[in-house]
Design a protein around this ligand. Sequence first.
Ligand SMILES: [Zn+2]
Length: 230
Amino acid sequence: MKTKVIFEDFVSLFFPRLCIHCDAPLPRGVKDICLQCQYNLPKIENFKESVPQYREKFDGIFPVEAVFVYGHFVKGGIMQSVLHELKYNHNPEIGIQMGRWFGKNLADAGWKNAFDVIIPVPLHPKKLKKRGYNQALALAQGLHQGLEINVLENALHRVSNTSSQTHKKKLTRMLEMQGMFELNDNVKLNQLNILLVDDVLTTGSTLLACAEQLQKGEPKSISIAALAGA
Ligand SMILES: [Zn+2]
């Protein structure tokens, strides 16, 4: 046995690592989510085409190519624990892990050559400083590992910081989000098939505001991937 492994076993005797959702002790080699919770993730596994219920959010508003969501958000469910861990518990690793699984699912469904570049939704610099990382970028890095498609980190920047998002009406939120993002200078998206990535897809207004800006770079297509959908 290697010293590192012995040390980790020793530490875990006193500080067992626990599942982020059910608090079950994690066996060695399993990170963050126990096998039972992994099995119970409310995943959408068949990505042969867009997920209709999420794609509909953009119908008649913006010409997105495809919309993918890894799992459904249920209050008190595993996906809520995952999002909480990703956003508030300083754990970008779980985002990379989820992105990798998501990317593998998409690759298995034949989407490997459908995109040229992965673009994460940017965070406002203030929020980035507070959180220490952009959770959408963590997901994008995982998707990169699963799909083997490059990430373009700095295509967009966030112009202003929004307040609370969740309890606003869809239209209010959409109008509010417009102009929240800008395409950076010298970003060339000509004829590229873009996969735009965020952690959550609810009203779609954040992703829509980003897609509208990306459109200015004249890409060939814009598709969307979100970790959780509601
Ligand atoms: Zn668990």
